[in-house]
Structure formats: structure tokens, C-alpha cells
Design a protein around this ligand. Structure first.
Ligand SMILES: C[S@@+](CC[C@H](N)C(=O)[O-])C[C@H]1O[C@@H](n2cnc3c(N)ncnc32)[C@H](O)[C@@H]1O
Length: 415
């Protein structure tokens, strides 16, 4: 049987991520242009399920394999196991499609193993400690050190697909069926495709995790205020700031990502000056010119594992100090842009304290005064306000509503 386009595409995605260490979104962009949007979305769903639960799937497969087969056969087995155990695909279809994906000489092995998994896998999966198996040991230890026993709830939140969160354009209605969260985010079920929602083309909303909407809200620029939005693409926070009536200069160094920001603003009919530049260089020529600055610094993105499950597989411990150093340089550049009395918000979508809490002393040492987040500014998230007045969200917060990304947000003022 020839392999079907969805599963061939899922195999291409897994190969790109696991063997070439590409980000899943990048791998999606590289899929053949003729693939139907529906097949593309289904392939993404399968690949994301495998990446999210890789440790558990491999543990279920392991007893049936004398040694790990070649990578293409292993990916076919993982796709088959995800179909059988996580995605509700009927057993005969799951097995037949994985067999069709496997290299010819290993088709028999894939068939035999997946038949066993179909029969015995559900019970075996139940017995596993999924939170532990699906989390790399270095991340588990780091989160245990930072959050104590909450590490388990964090890891468990990563085993489930994230909902689609939308920020609404001013005056726009939420799509039907959306739950409105306390911060104003409209939340829809996991797997909802934003481009198919009525109102998308008209610019009624954009995708943005509930936690990702908080930094711009805490910056709260005045209408007409001059705001520098550093590290801006794809522009979720630029859009929020522009929608608040601020005069936004968005700085992004990656030209492809800057183009996406431009397209997003055009669809949303929002306005910002877009500068394609390295914020470190650009800031030198714009000292003291802004009433407020938002720095959404590049980071390990371990707070976004629910949405980007490959992050936990691709990141390495050595990435943390490297990115922390970049963040420190960007923080200094951001502080230099502020006019007297100006406000700085620094955010990272990381769960690693080195990329969050550890920056507070460094920012204060630049002569800025902390402007603590007040619990009433973040309704429903009072427990996320830290003793130092920063905001620390985690994937296990709002668990009953579907969780949220992990973010660190801190606010300062130039005296
Ligand atoms: C966390 S993402 C930003 C998300 C964005 N603020 C939003 O809300 O949609 C980080 C971005 O920073 C950009 N970036 C990284 N280093 C930069 C630098 N030195 N100057 C400008 N942009 C940078 C990356 O290309 C990436 O697009």
C-alpha cells in the first residue's frame, strides 16, 4: 500500500526534528507546497504527539525491539504507536499506514511490533510515569530545583496538547464557542485551526497564549506614547501595543520573521514602524528616546513546550548560560532607550530561573527602579506574582481551563 500524504509528511517532520534538529515550525514550512492544508495540519498533530510523548512511546516499543531499528523504521514505529495509543486511530489503519511508511526490508518488523502494541500497549502506557519519561532529566532537575514538587504538574501539563488562544482586536467579537479567560484571552479547543475561523481574514484576532499577553498589558503604554518593542516578530505583542494606541517601533533582526510581523499587522489593520535590525546595534543610536520599552528576549523557550514540544528535545543545558548572556546584553540596550521616567518590561518565555528571576538584580544594578506587579493587575493569577513583584507563570496554572505557557515578566522605571 502506498503511504498516505499525512503520514509521509509526519515522517518528514519527525526526521527534520529528531535527525536534523530543526524546529517543528521550520520543518512544517519546508513541507512540499502542494500538500493540502488539512494534511499539513494532520501531519503536525501526529508529529507533535510523537514529540510530546517520545519517552513514553519509546518505553512502550522497547520490549518488542531487540535493538533500535534504522531511523526511518523507528519513526514509522513511533507514528504507529502514537496513532494507536494517543490519537484514537483504528488499529488496522494505524498498523497498515505505519507499515507503508517503513523501509521495505523492515515492513515485517514494523507490522509485528505494532500488532503487539495494539494489543498490549494501552495497558503498558497506563503503567508508565509519563511525566518523568517525557521530560529530559536535566529539565526535570532544573524545574525541581526551581519549583519543588510542582515539577510534576508542569511536566504533566506538557503531555497534553495546548488550546488555541486568541487575543482579540479592539471591538472584535470572540469566535463562537470560545471561553473568555480572566485576562481577556479567547480560548478554543486544541487543534482548532485559526485560519478557518470566521473573522480571521478580517483581522479580528491573532494567536497568542494567555500568558504571552501579559507583558504588554503590564507595560500599559499611554495612547500616543513612544514604545520600542524589541525582538518583536511574529508580532503578538506589537499588535497589542499598537491596539492600545501607542506609537510602536518594532525591532526584529530576522528578515523572514520580520516579514511575518508585517503580514500579521497588515491583516490586523494595525500600524507600527518596523525596523529590521539587531536591537543591540540599533539601540546605540536611539538612547533616551522612548517612553516605554518592551523586551521579549530570545530564550530557551522552555515555557512554550506545550505548543512547541520539540523544545524539550532540542535544547541542551549549555544553551541556558549562552542565552542568559544575550539577554543581559539586550536588557542593557533596552534600558538605554528609556527617557527619564520611562518604563521597561522584560519578558522571557522560559521556565529556567537563570532567564528570569536571576536578571532582577542585574536590571536594578543598571539604576532602574522596580515597579512591582500588583496582584489586581493580573486577575486570576495572583499566585503568579512573586515576592519580588515579578510575574512567574507556569504551564500548570489555570490547569482546569487548559493551562498557560511559562513566562517571566518584570517591570522597572527609569528615575
Ligand atoms: C521570543 S521571540 C519574540 C516574540 C514576539 N515578541 C511576539 O510577541 O510575537 C524573539 C524574537 O527575537 C528576535 N531576536 C533575537 N535576537 C535579536 C536581536 N538581537 N535584535 C532583534 N531581534 C532579535 C528573534 O528573531 C525572534 O523573532
Amino acid at each position: 500500500m502506498p503511504s498516505n500524504p499525512t503520514r509521509s509528511a509526519a515522517l518528514a517532520l519527525l526526521t527534520a526534528v529528531l535527525e536534523r534538529r530543526r524546529a517543528l515550525d521550520e520543518a512544517l514550512d519546508a513541507l512540499p507546497g502542494h500538500l493540502q492544508p488539512r494534511d499539513r495540519a494532520a501531519a503536525h498533530r501526529i508529529a507533535a504527539a510523537v514529540l510530546r510523548r517520545l519517552g513514553s512511546l519509546d518505553a512502550v516499543l522497547e520490549p518488542y525491539l531487540r535493538r533500535e531499528p534504522s531511523p526511518p523504521a523507528m519513526q514509522a514505529l513511533r507514528i504507529g504507536a502514537a496513532d494507536l495509543l494517543l490519537l484514537g486511530t483504528p488499529a488496522h489503519a494505524a498498523v497498515a499506514e505505519a507499515v507503508a511508511l517503513a523501509p521495505r526490508p523492515l515492513a515485517g518488523l514494523v507490522n509485528a511490533v505494532l500488532r503487539k502494541v495494539a494489543a498490549e500497549g494501552p495497558a503498558a502506557l497506563e503503567e508508565l510515569d509519563a511525566a518523568r519519561l517525557d521530560t529530559p532529566a536535566w529539565l526535570w532537575s532544573a524545574w525541581h530545583a526551581a519549583y519543588g514538587p510542582k515539577v510534576r504538574a508542569i511536566a504533566e501539563a506538557h503531555t497534553r496538547p495546548a488550546p488555541l488562544d486568541l487575543s482579540l482586536a479592539p471591538g472584535a467579537a470572540a469566535p463562537e464557542g470560545a471561553e473568555i479567560l480572566p485576562n481577556g484571552t479567547a480560548r478554543l479547543a486544541p487543534g482548532t485551526r485559526i485560519t478557518e475561523l470566521p473573522g480571521f481574514a478580517e483581522g479580528g484576532f491573532w494567536a497568542q497564549d494567555a500568558a504571552a499577553s501579559l507583558p504588554a498589558r503590564l507595560l500599559a503604554p499611554s495612547p500616543g506614547g513612544r514604545v520600542a518593542d524589541l525582538c518583536a516578530a511574529p508580532g503578538g505583542k506589537t499588535a497589542q501595543l499598537a491596539a492600545m494606541g501607542a506609537k510602536v517601533t518594532a525591532v526584529e533582526k530576522d528578515p523572514h520573521r520580520a516579514e511575518r510581523l508585517r503580514e500579521n499587522l497588515a491583516r490586523l489593520r494595525l500600524d507600527a514602524d518596523l525596523v529590521v535590525a539587531d536591537a543591540l546595534d540599533w539601540s546605540a543610536g536611539h538612547q533616551g528616546r522612548f517612553d516605554s520599552v518592551l523586551l521579549d528576549a530570545p530564550c530557551t523557550a522552555t515555557g512554550t513546550i506545550r505548543r512547541h514540544p520539540e523544545v524539550q528535545l532540542l535544547r541542551r543545558p549549555k544553551d541556558v548560560p549562552k542565552l542568559t548572556e544575550t539577554q543581559a546584553a539586550l536588557i542593557e540596550a533596552a534600558a538605554g532607550l528609556l527617557a527619564p521616567g520611562g518604563r521597561l518590561v522584560v519578558a522571557t518565555c522560559s521556565l529556567q530561573p537563570e532567564e528570569g528571576e536571576a536578571h532582577l538584580a542585574r536590571i536594578a544594578a543598571l539604576g532602574l527602579t522596580p515597579e512591582p506587579v500588583r496582584p489586581e493587575e493580573v486577575p486570576g493569577l495572583e499566585e503568579a506574582v512573586t515576592a519580588q513583584g515579578a510575574l512567574r507563570t507556569r504551564p500548570d496554572l489555570w490547569a482546569e481551563k487548559g493551562g498557560m505557557d511559562g513566562f517571566f515578566v518584570a517591570r522597572f522605571r527609569r528615575g
